[in-house]
Design a protein around this ligand. Sequence first.
Ligand SMILES: [Zn+2]
Length: 111
Amino acid sequence: MRITVRLDIDLRWARMEVRGCLTEENCRALLPIVRRSFRILQEPNVVIDASSAQHIEIAGIDALERLGISGLEAQSVVGDSAGSCSLIVPEVLPSCPSRFPRPHGSHRFAA
Ligand SMILES: [Zn+2]
């Protein structure tokens, strides 16, 4: 999984672009970045854009929802920092492009 963070110059939003494999195991890596973005931003609006990810596990989306990050625009509390964090995923979740996917977590997809 690779994450690119874009910050608005006026610090009103951040956008995190996720590429590679978003799985149940590695989705938690998004949280510290969301928290840091909330701290930096004047207006804590974060969008996680996974529409270009090569692989998305439904279990990863479920795990993020349990952590307060859902596919709908929602007020989220991530740890002790509050802000708005929404998640963009494609309608059909892409399956792993790796021909022999190893158990995810250690799994890396080389684009
Ligand atoms: Zn994968």
